[in-house]
Design a protein around this ligand. Structure first.
Ligand SMILES: [Zn+2]
Ligand SMILES: [Zn+2]
Length: 216
């Protein structure tokens, strides 16, 4: 599986283009906006879009999803159903942050912990990682040793939890019980900023590294 990062929106969100080289089929994770850039990459790579994946309902991750899905006639999978209250606010949020008009939508499939999603010959595992938002999910490719973690974890930082229904303790629990077990060698793409590995963050992350005492 090949992964290309396409920074989108004024928030420089890492939209990911996932390509199954064997079939030329692709999935796009978190198309927050700047669809012209995403379309240009699809064309340049000469791949067929099969599916749109969403980690969570924040506008910089999903505001372009409905329009991209409509253009290509493809389904939207994710996030977890607990994220509905964020998707319901999308029109208001996009207006507030000057993102232009976003079509309200409901995904074709809500995801839950332990689900799998497929495109081409690739299979990604789903983990429910609440904390930043209650219905946040991440996508993991066991064969590529790669995870798309949205705003759960960043290189040297963790997701904000000062939003409605944000939960700091839940976020730390999600990272420790749903991300770390995937393996220290796993490379992750965060929603913003550079990629890192789980092992690197366990050693050095000032918010959730192994040196931090966690209350039992
Ligand atoms: Zn977010
Ligand atoms: Zn974000």
């Amino acid at each position: 599986m090949q992964v290309l990062l396409i920074p989108v929106t004024p928030f420089q969100q890492n939209c990911s283009l996932l390509i199954d080289e064997a079939t030329g089929r692709a999935a796009v994770c978190d198309p927050g906006g700047d669809l012209d850039r995403i379309e240009a990459q699809l064309k340049k790579q000469d791949v067929t879009l099969e599916k749109i994946l969403l980690t969570h309902g924040h506008l910089d991750h999903c505001a372009g999803a409905a329009e991209l899905a409509r253009r290509h006639g493809v389904p939207i999978e994710g996030p977890h159903v607990e994220e509905r209250f964020w998707l319901d606010q999308l029109a208001e949020q996009t207006q507030r942050f000057g993102f232009g008009h976003a079509t309200p939508f409901e995904p074709d499939r809500w995801l839950d912990d332990g689900d799998t999603v497929r495109f081409g010959n690739e299979t990604l595992e789903v983990r429910h990682c609440p904390g930043h938002t209650p219905g946040h999910v991440i996508f993991f490719s066991p064969s590529a040793r790669l995870a798309l973690v949205g705003d759960v974890l960043f290189a040297g930082s963790i997701g904000r939890t000062d939003f409605p229904r944000g939960d700091h303790a839940a976020l730390l629990r999600s990272i420790r019980t749903r991300l770390w077990p995937l393996g220290d060698d796993v490379t992750f793409v965060p929603g913003h900023g550079p990629v890192s590995t789980f092992g690197q963050e366990r050693r050095t992350n000032p918010f959730v590294g192994d040196h931090i005492e966690s209350p039992a």
